[in-house]
Design a protein around this ligand. Structure first.
Ligand SMILES: *[C@@H]1O[C@H](CO)[C@@H](O)[C@H](O)[C@H]1NC(C)=O
Ligand SMILES: *[C@@H]1O[C@H](CO)[C@@H](O)[C@H](O)[C@H]1NC(C)=O
Ligand SMILES: *[C@@H]1O[C@H](CO)[C@@H](O)[C@H](O)[C@H]1NC(C)=O
Length: 317
């Protein structure tokens, strides 16, 4: 009986020591997949055990990218940063947060992420023992800003164009006001633009009366993401109208609203002073003192009563 009980105990002790000896130094990756938008920054993390104060001179941190050829992304060797062997892809775009090393965190920031940065990374740490973990980086580029064009080709026919850049390749769907599918009437072309992005241009030639709207939808199947633009066919449409115009109209609205509130403010002030003036008999003479050329300018801010007075004044002279 005694003999039988002892066996598992020894086994447990063995397991404990085995774990202690071989798993003492382990690197962990709290997050094994990062998805980042093209042009943004990403900070990838792996952790390692630090007991007590970190001995910087004993620490080596290497981040590699596992392409066909291994690429060095970042290296800190025995406490010293080494940019000599850094791959040109990453020149000037990496930063290791040194203060976090004390906490056993290897945080690598890659700025201005490119499409070619996507792939598998290894985070290697040497500190007494050595270990590594793999981390995946995905890069996406939504078709965010759509440039649109509406051109009349005469005879109630219109050429509608939508263009945008993104990744991966998107389909362009077309719909009218009733959400009928017009995609089969459109022509979509794909070019490789800057930094591996696709420049997608789609053209729909269609007969339509004015005051109609059409939609172009960029469908990024892989990202399950849709972005769309509304194209208006109006009488005044001539040449290219851009999506930026919406922002422009927004700005105009804001400016108009601001001017409007200033106007109302001025009106209320002038009304208040006019009311004050009304109680004194110098009312019309004070207005008459205004020089003629200034009249037109001041008119806009004067109350209606004042305007009437002024026109009467002009008629009299
Ligand atoms: C990326 O990081 C750099 C440097 O830390 C900073 O200047 C820049 O604004 C960041 N860009 C974005 C999109 O957050
Ligand atoms: C699309 O463009 C190609 C080349 O410009 C042209 O040959 C084709 O007829 C066009 N198709 C449609 C549906 O407009
Ligand atoms: C995107 O739009 C297409 C066509 O309207 C639709 O079939 C698809 O389900 C939409 N996808 C998402 C994610 O909204």
């Amino acid at each position: 009986m005694f003999f039988i009980m002892e066996k598992p105990l020894i086994f447990c002790l063995f397991l404990f020591y085995w774990h202690f000896l071989y798993a003492l130094f382990t690197v962990e990756a709290p997050q094994s997949l990062y998805t980042v938008e093209y042009g943004n920054n990403v900070t990838m993390e792996c952790t390692f055990p630090v007991h007590g104060k970190l001995e910087f001179r004993d620490l080596s941190v290497i981040w590699e990218k596992k392409d066909k050829l291994k690429k060095q992304v970042y290296a800190l060797l025995q406490g010293k940063e080494d940019f000599e062997s850094q791959d040109s892809d990453f020149k000037g775009r990496t930063k290791l947060f040194k203060e976090n090393l004390n906490l056993g965190q290897s945080l690598l920031q890659i700025t201005d992420v490119k499409l070619r940065d996507a792939g598998l990374y290894h985070c290697l740490i040497g500190y007494g023992g050595a270990d590594y973990k793999a981390i995946n980086l995905k890069v996406k580029a939504p078709y965010r800003s759509i440039t649109q064009g509406v051109v009349s080709t005469g005879d109630n026919e219109w050429k509608l164009t939508c263009q945008s850049e993104g990744y991966p390749q998107a389909e362009v769907l077309w719909q009218n006001r009733e959400y009928e599918d017009l995609t089969h009437k459109a022509n979509t072309s794909y070019e490789t633009g800057r930094d591996q992005l696709y420049r997608v241009t789609s053209t729909l030639t269609i007969k339509s009366r004015t005051d109609e709207i059409f939609f172009c939808i960029f469908w990024n199947k892989e990202l399950q993401e849709n972005t769309s633009a509304i194209l208006h066919i109006t009488d005044s449409v001539d040449g290219v109208v851009r999506t930026e115009s919406r922002r422009f109209i927004g700005a105009i609205l804001i400016v108009t609203a601001l001017l409007g509130s200033v106007l109302i403010f001025m009106l209320s002030i002038s009304k208040a002073t006019a009311n004050k003036d009304n109680r004194t008999p110098v009312d019309s003479s004070s207005i008459a003192k205004l020089p003629n050329d200034k009249d037109t300018c001041d008119c806009r801010y004067a109350s209606f009563e004042e305007e009437e007075l002024k026109s009467m004044q002009v008629e009299k002279t």
